[in-house]
Ligand binder design. Structure first.
Ligand code: HEC
Length: 137
């Protein structure tokens, strides 16, 4: 009888666990945001964006779709938790990261390739300053 209760409990608890994992994409962790942007194989920033910026003529529709996704991830970074470091510093650095991804998307919306590249560069050079303070080993 007891084991029957355990099975019934598992049936209730397991889906609850699955749901809370499933919603991670709506409120992603710092790790998921970083992977979504910078994973070697599939990160939006160092794959799709790079190719679309280099393409000639520019496929603005494709580029805007990518910068939109990058901005959506970027603006959530401030709400996510860093591995270490102070809240004040995180607010500043993750906040700037959100601003940079916003500038990137706005430049793509305006079809201004020079500004797209400037925002790309600003993001590209922000990694170390933040990792030094907020990324664990
Ligand atoms: C505002 C802060 C911030 C900026 C800017 C930033 N990162 Fe990160 N990054 C982090 C933190 C914090 C982690 C650790 C995440 C964790 O595992 O919880 C991390 C982790 C990573 C990881 C490891 C993800 C994994 O698989 O666990 C990669 C790759 C990465 N960052 C790439 C980059 C690159 C490339 C840039 C710049 C183009 C960059 N990051 C800019 C904060 C930042």
């Amino acid at each position: 009888m007891k084991s029957w209760i355990a099975v019934a409990l598992m049936a209730v608890l397991v889906p609850v666990g699955a749901i809370s994992f499933g919603s991670a994409s709506e409120d992603p962790s710092t790790e998921n945001i970083m992977k979504g942007l910078f994973s070697k194989k599939s990160g939006k920033f160092n794959n799709a964006l790079k190719k679309e910026i280099a393409a000639s003529p520019t496929d603005w529709e494709a580029l805007q779709k990518t910068t939109k996704e990058i901005h959506e991830l970027g603006e959530q970074l401030e709400k996510a938790e860093p591995e270490k470091g102070s809240k004040e510093s995180w607010k500043k650095l993750a906040g700037k990261f959100g601003e940079d991804t916003k500038a990137l998307h706005e430049a793509a919306e305006a079809k201004e390739l020079a500004k797209v590249k400037a925002a790309q560069k600003s993001i590209q050079t922000s990694c170390k300053a933040c990792h030094d303070v907020h990324k664990g080993k």
